[in-house]
Design a protein around this ligand. Structure first.
Ligand SMILES: Cc1cc2nc3c(=O)[nH]c(=O)nc-3n(C[C@H](O)[C@H](O)[C@H](O)COP(=O)(O)OP(=O)(O)OC[C@H]3O[C@@H](n4cnc5c(N)ncnc54)[C@H](O)[C@@H]3O)c2cc1C
Length: 426
């Protein structure tokens, strides 16, 4: 039996019962592979629309990146709209631009509709470490406003110090429509909502094989599901075997987080007085926020190929102390690692494997909001409205340079180059 990794989230998860594992042959309209936000969001949209849906999760709900991430509800995509405008045609940019604030809205609606207790707090800051990054934030503000997002505030050198008690930042962009939350509790709340609508969830039920036919048959070790439609949402944990057509298009990457002991309320509020979450503007970025019980949760860096560092504290603690040297005597209670799925373009990969088999993957470290949009788009496609899904599906899904063996060193080399530019302020 696979349990959640030992993390702050697993320890503070809302009480919940385990879902059964699949031990029989069943039928449904739609079978979803993977119980992270991509799978949960899709399932919830589909059961809300009246479909009979079965969700199969290899471990437990939210076991993957969705139950381990920084909890930052960040708008837009891993590549921002300026890059999208430069790279793709105008129609594509307009369509993608019109969707880039929708995922966060879906999350807020879900929290409200299903009364999900997941500590949502509004406000997300992109923090600039250099004048160049701050200028880029100015441009981003204008660009996002062009796409209809008005909830932004540029923070100059004084205002950023009032928002973050650190000497590192020269400015920032506050997005009041971003925010932060307890991601595992959001996942568990969404699973409960799926059950309320009659959706069937099975944990400890890894999909081992899919017979592609119409209908398709999805096999687990002890059961099977015959479904008219299948949606593959295993993301970085899908592995190489179940669907090599997907794994060759992307690269699992690791990111690590530490959580301090609960800080006295005044100490915590002195760090982040408005309780906003923060990610910096570096290529290999740091991200941090306070939890509901006043811990500082600090993450950063990328392990290409998803190797786990032997010592997470040694990797993350120096980053935290560089930002907040005032925390040097604070105890670290939790440390954990999780994998997200990187794509070459850093745009998500949504598409079709067969007429009746879809996939959602590769949010490239930016998936809390995007996975929620993805679920809505899948529901639209299944009712025959393909335009918005296809705006993503038509983007080229290219493999990494170097194939399976060389893609990791090649990508790490590229990232080292960009990290050096960040360090030198270019
Ligand atoms: C440490 C870390 C910090 C992050 N911080 C942020 C953040 O602050 N903000 C943000 O926007 N994004 C963040 N991300 C990215 C974000 O968490 C992901 O993009 C998002 O959760 C992906 O959701 P998913 O459902 O696609 O994948 P996952 O949540 O990984 O879910 C995939 C699920 O599929 C299951 N599965 C795989 N194979 C099978 C199979 N064969 N059969 C059945 N089930 C299977 C897995 O067990 C897993 O539970 C972070 C990621 C990590 C790792």
């Amino acid at each position: 039996m696979t349990e959640h990794v030992a993390s702050y989230y697993a320890t503070s998860a809302n009480p919940h019962a385990a879902y059964p594992s699949l031990k029989e042959a069943i039928r449904c309209d739609i079978c979803i592979v993977g119980g992270g936000f991509s799978g949960l969001s899709s399932t919830l949209h589909l059961v809300e629309a009246g479909y009979d849906v079965v969700l199969l999760e290899a471990a437990c709900i939210g076991w993957g990146a969705s139950g381990r991430n920084g909890g930052q509800v960040v708008n837009s995509y891993s590549r921002d709209i300026d890059v999208i405008e430069a790279r793709y045609d105008r129609n594509t940019a307009t369509l993608l631009g019109s969707m880039m604030f929708e995922g966060a809205e879906i999350i807020r609606q879900r929290i409200k509709r299903y009364a999900i207790a997941c500590d949502y707090r509004p406000g997300a800051i992109a923090a600039a470490l250099t004048a160049k990054q701050f200028n880029a934030l100015r441009e981003k503000e204008k660009l996002w406003q062009c796409y209809g997002h008005q909830q932004l505030e540029l923070l100059g050198s004084e205002s950023i110090k009032q928002a973050i008690a650190s000497e590192r930042y020269v400015g920032g962009l506050l997005d009041r429509n971003g925010g932060h939350l307890h991601p595992l509790n959001l996942a568990l709340g969404e699973a409960a909502a799926i059950q309320q609508h009659g959706g069937r969830i099975f944990e400890q039920s890894a999909v081992t094989h899919i017979d592609y036919a119409e209908p398709a048959t999805v096999h687990t070790a002890q059961g099977s599901v015959i479904a008219n439609v299948v949606i593959v949402a295993g993301n970085a944990y899908l592995g190489d075997k179940l669907e090599p057509r997907l794994s060759r298009l992307s690269m699992p990457c690791g990111s690590q987080i530490i959580a301090t002991e609960p800080l006295p309320h005044d100490v915590a509020r002195a760090l982040l007085p408005e309780n906003y979450c923060v990610e910096d503007c570096n290529y290999l970025l740091d991200y941090f926020r306070l939890t509901a019980d006043n811990r500082l949760l600090y993450g950063g860096g990328v392990m290409y190929g998803a190797h786990e560092p032997a010592d997470i504290d040694a990797k993350i603690l120096p980053k935290m102390l560089k930002t907040f040297p005032q925390l040097k005597n604070v105890r670290i209670d939790y440390r954990w690692s999780g994998n997200f799925l990187l794509t070459l373009s850093r745009m998500p990969q949504f598409g079709r494997l067969e007429n009746n088999v879809y996939y959602l993957q590769g949010d490239s470290g930016h998936g809390v909001t995007l996975t929620h949009l993805a679920g809505r788009l899948i529901a639209e496609v299944l009712r025959g409205d393909v335009e918005r899904f296809d705006a993503f599906a038509k983007l080229p899904h290219l493999p990494f340079f170097g194939g399976r063996h060389l893609r990791i060193p090649f990508t790490a080399l590229g990232a080292a180059y960009y990290a050096l530019r960040d360090r030198l302020g270019f």
